[in-house]
Design a protein around this ligand. Structure first.
Ligand code: GLU
Length: 552
């Protein structure tokens, strides 16, 4: 009996690997094309780090005309969560990270290199395990959990490295006949890789992000096929990324120390290893301490947070690129209007120790991103968000034509307004443009420099009776506020006021403030000329009357 017979005995049904090698040929892509993927486990894909990795992998494949796919790693069936695949797929969609291949829902996939869910690939792994056994590079291990415990205890007592290796790897020295006999007797077993490595030897490796790293060789006879017939992560990774023709494995840096094992598996299987790029986790500054963004402590770690607050995907992606490559900021400054697809993301420029995430900055980026949206887009996105999270806002926005005017204030020009960071900001930002909201909310007009009743009343009455004309252009409109200031004995120009501060009680800006407060209840609003044009004379008058009533 030889290894081939043993392999046949263990996996009689498994195909020859040539079948799969032909079925999943080299991809016909242009030179330098990156094939990458994300490979989440269906245990709930709710961390923003998943989106970060997805964005990076997707962007690199896009930049090089490669392929980005989504593979579901569900070999640990105990940890599985219901509908988790749909959740993963939807989260990626929410952020506009479109896959070229991969799972579409719990069971279906698209693409010629599937199945893209590991539990549907059992036969494939078994074929490759069979191949290794037939080469004498893998073997059945019959150790019981008790025996493994005993080995561990002995190692602990002797203070030596734990694991199944060297002299501790009891089953690796069984003869073929012994192994066959145990199998025929119905003993339980799993399949282990027979590692050719030596712990006292070093391997050097160049990670695309981390640079040169050095590790001891792997000498552990790790499990490749578990008792349920499914592979371990290590084996599945190597088989899948080989057959799916992945060129770059971009994954969390918790896997960096597994590289010696993975390279060994690639080598022993006779495959070319992909490039590895290990991404450091997203970090957060916590009172001066840099720590991992944690789902338990930080709401912004959850993917759902962005959706609930209505932070647009464009802003999140822009910000994530910002922290991915530090040169992004300069690029953006030089190219304020280019789409992020034009930015050339480089793995070699990624932070080795972990990029810092800062919510305030993200919201700032959001303001700039939204400032470039058309009123129509702001409307569409806001109403979509409001339908799910804010019925009141949805109602407010019912009159689309009016809403477009309101949202169009100071938009589409050279210096657009930058006050909306997220869709949940919109209600507060526009509500004074709606009578119901305005009258129900305005309580206390807080006048500033000009705050005496008679002055306020006079400003408001004179303005609406003598000065306001709906047909005025902006310059005329403003000149009239100056005239009104003159009439009141205030400075018509701020300059004049500054030159003679004792001569005047107030200036034209203070008069504008009175108008603004009476009109909106606020001291800060976008362009008042535009606000007045949208409200129209009757409403302005009504609001001024209301403001005057409040004075008494
Ligand atoms: N399932 C692994 C994880 O979620 C994937 C790592 C990889 O990308 O290979 O960490």
């Amino acid at each position: 009996m030889d290894y081939k017979d043993l392999a046949e005995l263990i996996f009689p049904e498994a195909k020859d690997i040539s079948y799969y090698e032909e079925k999943y040929p080299e991809r016909n892509l242009k030179e330098g094309a990156i094939v990458s993927r994300i490979a989440p486990s269906p245990t709930g894909f709710t961390h923003i780090g998943g989106i970060y990795q997805g964005l990076i992998a997707k962007k690199l494949s896009e930049q090089t005309e490669g392929i980005f796919f989504v593979r579901i790693e569900d070999t640990d069936q105990k940890r599985e969560v219901k509908n988790a695949i749909v959740e993963i797929v939807n989260s990626l969609k929410d952020f506009g990270i479109e896959q070229d291949e991969g799972m579409l829902n719990e069971n279906d996939s698209e693409g010629a290199y599937g199945p893209y869910k590991q539990s549907q690939r059992k036969k494939i792994y078994q074929a490759y395990a069979k191949y290794l056994i037939s080469q004498g590079k893998a073997y059945p291990c019959f150790c019981t959990p008790e025996e493994l415990d005993e080995i561990r205890t002995k190692q602990e007592n002797a203070k030596i490295r734990p694991g199944y290796y060297g002299i501790w790897a009891k089953c690796r020295n069984n003869t073929i006949e012994e192994m066959a006999k145990k199998i025929q007797n119905g003993e339980n077993y799993i399949i282990r890789f027979k590692s050719p490595g030596r712990e006292d030897k070093k391997i050097k490796h160049k990670d695309v992000i981390k640079g040169n790293v050095e590790f001891p060789e792997n000498d552990q006879d790790i499990v490749i096929i578990k008792s349920d017939g499914l592979p371990t992560y290590h084996f599945a990774h190597v088989v899948d990324d080989h057959l799916m023709r992945t060129t770059h494995v971009i994954r969390g840096d918790e896997w960096l120390s597994s590289v010696p094992l993975h390279l060994q598996l690639f080598y022993e299987l006779g495959f070319k290893a992909p490039k590895y790029a290990h991404i450091a986790p997203i970090m957060k500054n916590d009172n001066g301490n840099k720590r991992k963004l944690s789902k338990r402590k930080d709401p912004e770690a959850a993917v759902s947070y962005y959706k609930e607050l209505g932070i647009p995907k464009e802003a999140v992606k822009e910000y994530l690129l910002n922290i991915a490559n530090s040169n992004f900021e300069n690029w953006r400054r030089a190219n304020p209007d280019l789409d992020i697809s034009e930015f050339d993301l480089q793995l070699s420029k990624m932070s080795v120790s972990g990029a810092l995430f800062d919510m305030t900055k993200l919201l700032d980026v959001g303001k700039t991103v939204i400032s470039k949206f058309s009123a129509e887009k702001v409307y569409d996105e806001t109403i979509k968000w409001a339908k799910q999270y804010d019925k009141e806002l949805e109602n407010i926005l019912q009159d689309k034509d009016y809403a477009l005017k309101v949202l169009g204030i100071e938009r589409g020009n050279k210096k657009p307004r930058k006050d909306i960071a997220k869709w949940s900001d919109v209600k507060y930002i526009i509500e004074y443009m709606y009578d119901n909201e305005f009258y129900s909310k305005v309580q206390n007009y807080e006048y500033q420099v000009i705050n005496e009743k008679q002055d306020i009343e006079k400003v408001l009455n004179s303005y609406i009776e003598k000065y306001y004309d709906e047909n005025d252009d902006k310059q005329t409109w403003f000149d009239k506020i100056k005239e009104l200031s003159g009439e009141m004995g205030f400075a018509k120009e701020v300059k004049e006021f500054k030159a003679n501060p004792d001569k005047y009680k107030a200036h034209v800006g203070d008069v504008s403030t009175v108008l603004r407060i009476a009109l909106t209840g606020r001291t800060n609003t976008p362009d008042m000329y535009e606000i007045m044009r949208i409200l129209g004379k009757d409403k302005i008058k009504e609001r001024f009357q209301k403001a005057i009533e409040y004075l008494h």
